[in-house]
Design a protein around this ligand. Structure first.
Ligand SMILES: *Cc1c(COP(=O)(O)O)cnc(C)c1O
Length: 333
């Protein structure tokens, strides 16, 4: 039975017998073979896999880090948690805080948070504050509010978030019997790429090359400078000033990987391909990983060994994006 990532990886996480475990049975997500996608990039069957992080309790990988961050906040006697969020951190923080009986204050950018995520945060009883401006502005406001109240910040600046998220690397290596050669993932605040790298390093042995993808309109790590007004359809990675910049660059360099960008058109093409050809509905930001794989194929980057694309969040989070596509109902008869 899945009892959550703290129970599964207790020995590799900073917890003790005194840590109250706040879990929704996150983690242990499927690693799905994707043969049609493999064929699309010229590889044989059984070489491409999708890590379905949308199957976590609140629909994104954020739950892996949140179980640990909220458990530790409770252990340390905190009265509440605070975060800034493009949506999934909000949904996750709200759910875990509800379960822990902690107050949860969330700062979201006024424009561009997917409706499913807002619905989750509301249902779990968090206090939602809209900030005029983008995520980076919301982050600044959130940090000062947390300091005023003495609440715990549960953004990925909280080291327990990274600790919890590294468990995804353990699962991938266990499911394949060894780490993959290449691991593709979207990059926003860059906590996740930092966490995967930490996980693979702790496992020891051969480590994958980490292939991180930002959206072209929100690609500070590719451009080498902050982006003041980040723009992309992929709201979960619409971030101009990544919190874990240093971790991302270290993961890229130490793994001989790369951090590149993909356009919104490429993201949407991958998003639709996954849904139609593989039966997997992820949110737009998640499809950046697969868009990156397809871009490598076009640019003739050598691809070999086993490849994992991380699909970070569920498609149902964002029901509005698909509605923009041409929809033709069958005639009534
Ligand atoms: C948070 C998130 C990302 C980006 O992860 P970072 O750790 O910020 O780089 C990507 N996709 C989804 C669905 C997310 O929720």
């Amino acid at each position: 039975m899945n009892k959550g990532v703290i129970a599964r990886y207790r020995g590799r996480l900073p917890v003790s017998d005194k840590t109250p475990v706040v879990t929704l049975c996150e983690g242990s997500t499927p690693l799905l073979r994707a043969d049609l996608l493999a064929a699309a990039v010229g590889l044989r069957e059984g070489s491409v896999y999708l890590k379905l992080e949308g199957m976590n309790p609140t629909g994104s990988f954020k739950d892996r880090g949140m179980t640990l961050a909220v458990s530790k906040a409770l252990e340390e006697g905190s009265q509440g948690v605070v975060c800034a969020s493009t949506g999934n951190t909000a949904a996750s923080a709200a759910a875990y805080a509800a379960r822990a009986g902690l107050r949860c204050i969330i700062f979201i950018p006024k424009a561009g948070v997917a409706v499913g995520k807002i619905a989750q945060a509301l249902m779990h009883g968090s206090e939602l504050v809209e900030v005029r401006g983008n995520f980076d502005k919301a982050m600044t406001v959130s940090l000062s509010r947390a300091a005023e109240l003495g609440f715990t910040v549960v953004n990925s600046v909280n080291p327990y978030r990274i600790e919890g998220q590294k468990t995804a690397a353990f699962e991938v290596a266990e499911d394949l019997g060894a780490p993959p050669e290449l691991l593709f993932l979207p990059v926003g605040n860059a906590g996740n790429i930092t966490a995967y790298w930490k996980g693979f390093c702790e496992l020891g042995g051969r480590r994958p090359r980490l292939m991180g993808y930002q959206a072209a309109g929100a690609a500070p790590l590719v451009l080498g400078r902050d982006v003041e007004d980040p723009k992309t359809v992929a709201s979960a990675i619409r971030i101009g000033k990544p919190l874990s910049r240093a971790g991302a660059l270290a993961a890229r360099d130490q793994s001989a990987g790369l951090i590149d960008s993909v356009t919104d058109a490429e993201i949407i093409a991958a998003y639709r391909l996954l849904a139609k050809a593989e039966g997997v509905f992820c949110e737009p930001a998640s499809a950046a990983s697969v868009a990156g794989l397809l871009k490598c194929r076009r640019e003739k980057v050598p691809l070999s060994g086993r490849i994992v694309c991380v699909l970070t969040g569920h498609g149902l989070k964002d029901p509005q994006t698909p509605m923009r596509f041409k929809y033709r109902p069958f005639k009534e008869r």
